[in-house]
Design a protein around this ligand. Structure first.
Ligand SMILES: NC(=O)c1ccc[n+]([C@@H]2O[C@H](COP(=O)([O-])OP(=O)(O)OC[C@H]3O[C@@H](n4cnc5c(N)ncnc54)[C@H](OP(=O)(O)O)[C@@H]3O)[C@@H](O)[C@H]2O)c1
Length: 269
């Protein structure tokens, strides 16, 4: 099915690595002009080179979204290089703590940084880029949350709470944009195969004395995760969902949270 993304311009934050690479590559393959973003310029340029090799159109804008000045600089440069954004994918995020220190040892600095890199970065980019979408009468905001936003464990409370705020924000924005042709939706990924997941599995295997046996760790983690699809997700699984929501064919989908998590969420919402 033709997704009708030719002539659209998309910003995918955090597309120098992981899920964002899959999203940027798929939107470009579907005909959108894509702004590849990250902090690491070499990585971002490497992603852009691959997109161009495959016949896609893209530009690169780098900058840290973990502080207000960085977000403003990214928004300004994106507007300069693109002339305007039709599709904003707020994908960059996560928590600065890779080793979870636990609920009572996650400090206010970590909470603040996580909120800035996820919630406030997305909010500032919306304020900078969405008014022009509204004036043009068409646009998309797609916020990448996580399954942990509605089914948190005790781990990384700052991260789960920030991602839950992004779900709330996606819905309230859809209402603020009522009748404008601009939609706002969220996607909640489950366990997706990225470098971060591989590091987690390697640590998991090492802790159990499994001699860096990632396949064994993956099978063990999957069994305990409660998914109804017996596999780890791939970045393309999220990219398909983003491309679908980004398409003009999805004009009637607004304010939703799409679970792309192998059935891990024990809830309809
Ligand atoms: N992987 C999963 O299993 C999973 C599951 C649920 C939700 N998610 C969500 O999906 C999104 C992508 O995750 P991922 O696993 O693909 O992450 P990743 O592989 O760690 O890549 C993160 C991307 O975001 C960029 N980034 C991170 N912090 C940034 C900051 N402060 N300013 C600017 N750019 C920043 C990185 O840029 P540089 O590398 O250039 O620094 C990179 O391009 C995140 O929002 C994450 O919370 C992931």
């Amino acid at each position: 099915m033709e997704l009708r993304l030719e002539g659209k311009t998309a910003l995918v934050t955090g597309s120098s690595a992981g899920i964002g690479v899959g999203i940027a590559s798929m939107l470009a393959a579907e005909g959108a002009m894509v702004v590849v973003h990250g902090r690491n310029i070499e990585r971002a340029q490497g992603v852009a080179a691959k997109i161009r090799q495959q016949g896609g159109r893209c530009a690169v804008v780098c900058g840290d979204l973990a502080n207000r000045a960085g977000v403003d600089q990214v928004a300004e440069t994106v507007l300069e290089v693109s002339g305007g954004i039709d599709i904003l994918v707020n994908n960059a995020g996560g928590s600065p703590e890779t080793a979870d220190p636990g609920w009572f040892f996650t400090g206010t600095d970590t909470w603040l940084e996580t909120y800035q890199a996820n919630v406030l970065a997305a909010m500032c980019l919306v304020q900078a880029l969405v008014p022009a979408m509204r004036e043009r009468g068409w646009g998309r905001v797609i916020n990448i949350s996580t399954a942990a936003a509605i089914t948190p464990t005790s781990a990384q409370p700052d991260y789960a709470a920030a991602k839950a705020a992004m779900l709330n924000m996606s819905l309230s924005l859809s209402k603020a944009l009522s009748g404008t042709g601009v939609t706002s939706n969220a996607i909640s990924p489950g366990m997706i195969r990225t470098a971060g997941l591989n590091t987690f599995l390697a640590n998991f295997a090492t802790k159990r004395g499994w001699d860096n046996d990632l396949a064994r760790a993956e099978a063990y983690v999957l069994k305990g995760a409660g998914q109804t699809v017996a596999k780890v997700g791939e970045v393309e699984d999220i990219a398909y969902a983003v491309a679908m929501l980004a398409s003009p064919r999805s004009d009637f989908i607004n304010g939703t949270n799409m679970h792309v998590d192998g059935g891990i969420s024990p809830s309809l919402y």
